[in-house]
Write a protein that binds this ligand. Sequence first.
Ligand SMILES: [Zn+2]
Length: 67
Amino acid sequence: MICLNCGRKLRSAVSVEAEYGPVCYEKMFGTSLRSSRKDRVSEVDDTACYDIPGQMTIEEYLQTISE
Ligand SMILES: [Zn+2]
């Protein structure tokens, strides 16, 4: 399987499924190939956000509002 835009070989299963490489996919559709798999990616991103030291957790934030 090759990229429909630039003809390069597609290596990842995600790219093969989309029929474009990650870079070309982003150019064509204006969105990244990875973010098209919303459920998983956003879940990971959210967790990363909440785990940053020194930042409010969502629970702390909600407490601030209710007080
Ligand atoms: Zn390409």
